[in-house]
Ligand binder design. Structure first.
Ligand code: PLP
Ligand SMILES: N[C@@H](CCOP(=O)(O)O)C(=O)O
Length: 462
């Protein structure tokens, strides 16, 4: 398997070089040259596999044996050994038409742990075996940062700097990132929003001299391995439902940067027979507007009760657009320059019909999010975090009669107590989260100014 850039100007790469490259050197995103297709017979065989076994099967189509099987196996089993559920991502049946896939049983209580625990192991392996210097640079609206730090903290040969928007992440998210007192971790709290943080890191990755000099590596979903690791639980969830091959299975995904839902799109392209992929967003509803009208236009940023999805510029949208335009890198590049110069992209006609065949989308309003939390707590005694609540509201909107839905629970409610409290629900924190409140914090508050951030990075990485 080789990997190419959506913009077409990068020489094809192998698996490890793709991981190391992160953002493609031509400013695009790396994708597999050809997506492998899994036969229905193979899928049926996979029904009995554990999460870890399934992970190894799926990755075997992508890694080109660049990592010996035993080494990969050790990484996978180590990654999930500290999850609080033996199934890693257990499926909870809420009622006859709804399952919730709980993706929050990892160390930082959010879905990001699933991919980032593995990425921590993978970077550590690459550092050891290839002697590569690993200087991670990432942006977070709260969950990626915490999970990435936990994934690599204390690991030899790795430094990590995470930019988060100052005052715009939940208290627990902030504590998870900033109470880590390891010399290989730097938290920059940027006076701006998530889009500002993501823009800076993308600019730094695009500056090839800077990227090369400081050995910058990505942990955000611009890195293809994040996307691939997230496909595993799509397969796992589908295969856990008895008789799913005879049912219409919809999957509702709380979405922001378009990484998680793009993993679903990839899983579908690999042959997973999902019926509808449902994009659930909040009042930052750029993806809903795109699916409904064909216009992709970043609007003004709104702070909501689901802060991790407070995102306007969805990183992985480019990967989807690449497939939408028939894997034509020139066409894709023209659309991306249009986005740059005109501030929007418009899709119409057959392409828009294709978008609407690929996805349904709902931007959930703040009050609807709180109402959904209240409703499921009362009716099913099941507490949703606000992001998952958006996913459930979208499931309610789009799941047809006789269809079955899996909604992804992307975070544990304890991470977002500020929103849960607004519903009048008092929750008890898990021990690991309660313990954070008494620890000292380590972070540097910086202006939203690229030069200031660069100076901090130079001092840290040198
Ligand atoms: C809890 C939670 N739910 C949903 C999302 C959206 O996922 P994605 O960015 O992959 O679309 C995020 C982060 O982006 C998140 O932290
Ligand atoms: N919600 C995310 C935003 C970054 O998304 P990523 O999937 O590209 O890492 C977060 O929690 O930081």
């Amino acid at each position: 398997m080789e990997y190419i850039s959506t913009r077409g100007n990068v020489k094809a790469k192998g698996f490890i070089d793709t991981v190391l490259m992160g953002l493609a050197d031509d400013g695009g995103l790396m994708v597999p040259f050809q997506i492998p297709v899994i036969s229905p017979e193979k899928l049926a065989e996979w029904r009995s596999l554990s999460f870890q076994e399934l992970f190894l099967e799926i990755f075997s189509y992508y890694t080109n044996d660049e990592i010996p099987y035993d080494a990969l196996k050790e990484m996978v089993y180590t990654s999930y050994s500290n999850f609080r559920a033996p199934e890693v991502t257990p499926l909870h049946k809420v009622n006859n038409s709804l399952y919730v896939l709980e993706l929050f049983h990892g160390p930082t209580f959010a879905f990001k742990d699933v991919a980032l625990q593995f990425m921590g192991e993978l970077y550590s392996y690459i550092a050891k075996v290839r002697g590569e210097i690993i200087h991670i640079l990432g942006a977070t609206s709260g969950d990626t940062g915490a999970a990435a730090i936990q994934g690599v903290r204390g690991k030899e040969g790795i430094k990590i700097c995470i930019l988060h928007p100052h005052g715009k992440v939940s208290k627990v998210q902030e504590l998870q990132m900033t109470t880590v007192d390891d010399s290989n971790v730097l938290n920059l709290s940027v006076e701006g929003n998530f889009d500002d943080c993501q823009k800076v890191i993308k600019e730094l990755f695009a500056d090839l001299d800077f990227k090369g000099k400081y050995h910058l590596r990505a942990i955000n979903s611009i890195n293809f391995v994040r996307i691939l690791a997230q496909t595993v639980y799509y397969f796992y969830a589908y295969l856990q439902i008895e008789g799913s091959d005879e049912k219409k299975i919809n999957i509702s995904v709380p979405s922001g940067n378009f990484g998680n839902i793009f993993s679903g799109y990839l899983a579908k392209k690999m042959g997973l027979p999902v019926n509808k992929l449902i994009i659930a967003t909040n009042e930052n509803n750029i993806l809903e507007r795109f699916v409904n009208t064909g216009e992709y236009k970043p609007g003004s940023f709104t702070s909501t009760y689901s802060p991790s999805m407070d995102i306007q510029v969805a990183s992985n949208f480019e990967r989807y657009l690449y497939y939408l335009v028939g894997e034509d890198a020139e066409k894709l590049s023209a659309y991306m320059s249009k986005l740059q110069t005109e501030g929007k992209i418009t899709i119409a006609g057959e392409a828009l019909q294709q978008v609407q065949a690929d996805f349904a989308a709902l931007g959930v309003k703040n009050q609807q999010c709180l109402d959904t939390i209240g409703k499921y707590n009362e009716e099913y005694d099941y507490l949703l975090d606000p992001h998952t609540a958006c996913g459930i509201a979208a499931y309610e909107q789009f799941n047809g009669a006789g269809e079955t839905a899996i909604t992804f629970a992307t975070a544990h409610p304890a991470k977002f107590d500020e929103s849960i409290a607004l519903v009048g629900i008092k929750q008890e924190f898990p021990e690991q989260i309660a313990a954070l409140f008494s620890l000292p914090q380590h972070q540097t508050v910086v202006e939203h100014d690229k030069d200031v951030i660069v100076r901090e990075l130079q001092a840290f990485y040198e």
